[in-house]
Design a protein around this ligand. Structure first.
Ligand code: SF4
Length: 473
């Protein structure tokens, strides 16, 4: 699969100029952030559980091979089939093979970042098989032929009006202003689609090794339809989704929804152990689980960045990140966005293609503060930046020169004094309301941010103070 070089800077400049997008981003990230804050206030256990969750992830990732083998054994015992996919092609080929063998004509899907990662829809359509996303957000972006812009809310970049126009243009349904009418019309269409589908494809939130159970968390009930109505169910998971036991699942289920949307629990939590058994009235005839690497063992192999694999895809770090909140998900250029995208993408698709992402951060630490498994994202970002420089990917001549000049200036007191005094005088034409505006060479910077005016240099002020007070003692 060809992945073009991502272009964060160019994309984010475009996003900053898009007023509608800025409003949509502000509204949604604020809503999620305050909901999480409220959940944290009401549920005093959150911080304790975050610690526990981190420890479970640490233990599991350190013994990943063992837990994956136990998972495989128990899925097979429950009547399911397990496949190992080394890369995206392996995973896609396995899905297509299952579809061909079962003469599948229509696939329904529930939201899954793993299937976005391998561009499964495109491959299924290439086989002449219809595929329909059934999560409302994913349905919208499938119609718009776009990528998700948020891990849990894929269409947050679209306004109500844009969605209503999209539906009426692509589905030939009336233009509804009221979201309830719009959702009602889509629900009717999707119900009919579910009933015709031969195969359901889902992701996996957690896979419990001790029982071979996969857990799917959602709010719309569509994943439950996807996993019960069609005769074949294919679930695709990254190797990091395995957890040892049901006791551990309880910890993650307590923190996932609270971190993601501020809910105590997601509306639907499905536990699926193998296909339909004798005597059961619903469920698929076949259950297939694809366990995918696709670059994850490279992450596992690095002690410095391994904890990237602890991620449970809650999206809290996106909502808290000042860069994501302005740049939006599409600026990151691939499937994963925000702070987790900035550390995961370069490790999965290569630093040469995602070079800008580790640098797309202020290192403020807000992501680490909210992460339910306490991933030290800022530390990983710095490590990746170091790797980029050491491997010769990051050669910013201007930045390098500026840093050398800065080092020279701050290590020579006389030069520092002269320069700060000079800048103090030179800044006057650009001063306005205590801020510097339209600075030559920095116009891009000052267009979006406030740069405070330089005050009288500290050394000068100190000198004046000591002269006015006279000698001590
Ligand atoms: S890095 Fe942490 S906060 Fe971000 S999506 Fe993953 S689990 Fe959630």
């Amino acid at each position: 699969m060809e992945i073009r070089k991502l272009n964060f800077k160019k994309n984010s400049v475009r996003a900053l100029g898009d007023k509608t997008l800025q409003q949509a981003l502000h509204y949604t990230t604020e809503r999620f952030t305050s909901a999480r804050e409220r959940a944290k206030r009401e549920f005093g256990e959150l911080d304790n559980l975050r610690e526990k969750a981190r420890e479970i992830k640490r233990r599991t990732i350190e013994n990943l091979d063992d837990y994956l083998e136990i998972l495989e054994e128990n899925v097979c015992k429950a009547g399911g089939k397990v496949y190992w996919a080394e890369d995206a092609k392996g995973a896609v080929d396995t899905v297509l093979d299952i579809a061909r063998k079962n003469r599948v004509k229509l696939v329904v899907k529930s939201k899954s970042m793993a299937t976005e990662e391998i561009e499964l829809n495109r491959a299924i359509e290439g086989e002449g098989i219809d595929v329909v996303e059934t999560d409302l957000g994913e349905y919208i972006i499938q119609l718009a032929n776009e990528r998700p812009s948020h891990i849990i809310a894929p269409a947050i970049h679209k306004t109500k009006d844009e969605i209503a126009r999209l539906f009426s243009e692509k589905l030939k349904i009336p233009y509804y202003k009221e979201p309830e009418l719009l959702v009602g019309a889509i629900r009717e269409r999707l119900r009919a689609t579910f009933l015709r589908a031969d195969m359901g494809v889902t992701g996996v939130n957690f896979a419990v090794a001790e029982t071979g159970t996969i857990i799917i968390v959602e709010n719309e009930g569509n994943a439950r339809f996807v996993t019960t109505v069609p005769r074949v169910h294919v679930a695709i998971m990254g190797i990091e989704k395995v957890i040892p036991s049901f006791k551990d699942a309880a910890v993650f289920l307590s923190i996932l929804a609270r971190s993601a949307t501020g809910q105590k629990m997601s509306s639907y939590v499905s536990f699926i152990t193998g296909p339909r058994r004798n005597g059961e009235i619903d469920g698929p005839e076949q259950f297939h689980l694809i366990i995918m690497d696709n670059g994850r063992t490279r992450v596992l192999g690095s002690e410095e960045t391994r904890e990237t694999l602890y991620c449970i895809r809650c999206g809290a770090c996106l909502n808290a990140c000042p860069v994501y909140r302005k740049a939006g998900g599409h600026s990151y250029g691939w499937v994963y966005s925000g702070p987790i995208g900035a550390i995961l993408t370069p490790q999965l698709i290569g630093m040469d293609r995602a070079l800008e992402l580790p640098f797309a951060s202020t290192l403020c630490g807000a992501c680490r503060e909210v992460c339910p498994v306490k991933i030290n994202i800022p530390k990983i970002l710095i490590g990746l930046r170091r790797r980029a420089v050491e491997n010769g990917f990051h050669k910013n001549v201007k930045e390098h020169l500026a840093m050398r000049i800065w080092r020279f200036v701050v290590s020579h007191t006389g030069v520092y004094d002269i320069l700060t005094s000079l800048l103090y005088v030179l800044q006057h034409p650009f001063k306005s309301d205590g801020k510097l505006r339209s600075l030559p060479l920095f116009s891009q910077w000052t267009r979006y941010r406030d740069l405070p005016v330089l005050k009288i240099p500290f050394r000068k002020r100190w000198k004046r103070l000591t002269v006015n007070r006279g000698p001590r003692g």
